[in-house]
Write a protein that binds this ligand. Structure first.
Ligand SMILES: [Zn+2]
Ligand SMILES: [Zn+2]
Length: 455
């Protein structure tokens, strides 16, 4: 499973970023599945090392032009090349009529089978190796996120071990391979599980665009290997994100943290952060990484291969250095994010490590305005309370300044005073945190209210 970003800009293309499309190459079956197809996607395919003739399925999130205007050209070219025999296209209501009308008015006749499927939340496609589900997002028009899930594979069967034990060749091997217990004619009994490695977890990719923060995205992406989430705006442009129902970098990071994914790719950047502007996509990345450390920026032609044998024990941080077109990102599995290791701690251990009790942290979380802090309604079973509170603490530590509280969150002075009092009473006793004094905060409103002393 290999992802290639073909377009990472929102709305309009820029010099270095085309509009939305992601190619998923299923290496073992020689197929390419596309997620969205903005204008110019076929040109991007030509410039990539992917072959359009391998396109087999296309999943469309919503009917905005920057996600579909590349469809007709691509579909027509696939027909002319004569190497495509069928394409299945999935998308929201209206996609079928859009395709039908474009074909009709441009006299477009395809010499292969094109099937258009109107999707609804739930299972969209399934075969022996993969399943695709979709979930509702929150955007100005009906929009769906997709999750592509590889089926778990049975562990490797140790033939040599079976041979060494003198188990005769035949159907018995098949039964052992399936983990069954078999009894041989000579009376010996063997358990298949003793001959099989543990099953290998299937890989998964969630694709969420366009949307403002929504719990459905958290559910769709839950524990996915990779989440591709839109990050149209920087945190300071949150008002625009809310008006247009797009996400900020911090919202994308919150989805990644709550969903406990392994790796987040930010994409669908507003051209306002293109090089030469005051804020750049690297700033969006820094904002996201403050909440979810394993965040990365997508860029056109970036290729990432989802590693097999997902593990969460490796601690080495893999970094993606700026690299030329058509590179491949290092494939070492990402490290667990820092909340992972605190999941199973007893309250006292938690306090020793973090410096305050889980209950105190939970109380703090409640103080965070819902627009910025972790949402209150992620699925209960999927979010450990410690994860939530630590995420919140991270947020407070890195972001919460007097200026934020006073201006950005638009809270009255009395509320600000109360908030700061609460923070002080909850954290003042901790040896690991320092809370700025009101005088310090007024003198330097951009300074974080909470600092971790060990940093
Ligand atoms: Zn868009
Ligand atoms: Zn849109």
């Amino acid at each position: 499973m290999e992802i290639t970003f073909l377009g990472t800009s929102s709305g309009v293309p820029t010099r270095s970023r085309n509009v939305s499309s992601v190619a998923l190459r299923l290496t073992q079956r020689g197929e390419i599945w596309l997620l969205d197809c903005g204008e110019g996607t076929q040109h991007q395919l030509i410039r990539s090392n992917l072959r359009s003739s391998q396109i087999r399925r296309i999943f469309i999130t919503h009917m905005h032009g920057d996600h579909i205007f590349g469809l007709m050209g691509l579909l027509a070219s696939c027909g002319m090349a004569g190497t495509v025999s069928e394409i299945d296209l999935y998308g929201p209501p209206g996609l079928d009529r859009y395709i039908e009308n474009c074909q009709k008015w441009s006299q477009m006749h395809l010499h292969y089978t094109l099937r258009v499927h109107t999707v609804a939340p739930g299972l969209v496609y399934e075969d022996a190796d993969y399943s695709v589900t979709c979930g509702p997002l929150h955007h100005r028009v009906t929009a769906y996120g997709y999750r592509i899930q590889e089926t778990d594979r049975p562990g490797r069967f140790d033939v040599e071990k079976a041979k060494a034990l003198g188990i005769p060749f035949g159907p018995v091997y098949g039964q052992l391979k399936q983990g069954k217990t078999v009894r041989l004619e000579d009376g010996r009994t063997f358990n298949g599980q003793d001959f099989c490695d543990p099953p290998e977890l299937g890989r998964s990719l969630a694709y969420c665009t366009d949307t403002i923060y929504c719990d459905a995205a958290v559910q769709l992406a839950y524990q996915a290997d990779v989440l591709i989430h839109e990050s149209t705006f920087a945190h300071q442009d949150q008002d625009m994100a809310e008006q247009r129902l797009h996400s900020t970098s911090t919202m994308a990071a919150q989805v990644a943290a709550l969903a406990q994914v392994n790796l987040l790719f930010l994409t669908h950047f507003s051209p306002r952060y293109a090089p030469g502007n005051a804020l750049r996509v690297e700033d969006l990345l820094a904002e996201a990484q403050a909440i979810f450390p394993h965040s990365q920026l997508a860029r056109d032609f970036l290729t990432y291969e989802l590693p097999r044998h997902r593990t969460i024990t490796q601690s080495a941080q893999s970094t993606i250095a700026p690299a030329p077109v058509l590179d491949t990102v290092p494939v070492s599995p990402p490290p667990p994010h820092r909340y992972e290791s605190l999941k199973h701690l007893a309250p006292s251990e938690f306090q020793d490590l973090v410096g305050i009790t889980p209950a105190t942290l939970r109380a703090l979380v409640k103080l965070i305005p819902p627009k910025i802090g972790p949402r209150s309604s992620p699925p209960k079973t999927t979010v450990e309370p410690e994860n939530q509170v630590l995420m919140a603490l991270d947020y407070w530590r890195n972001h919460l300044t007097y200026r934020d509280v006073a201006n950005l969150w638009n809270l009255g002075e009395a509320t600000v005073a109360k908030l700061i009092r609460e923070v002080k009473t909850h954290i003042a006793n901790s040896s690991q945190f320092r809370v700025a004094t009101p005088t310090e905060m007024k003198a330097n409103p951009g300074q974080p209210i909470i600092t971790l002393l060990s940093e």
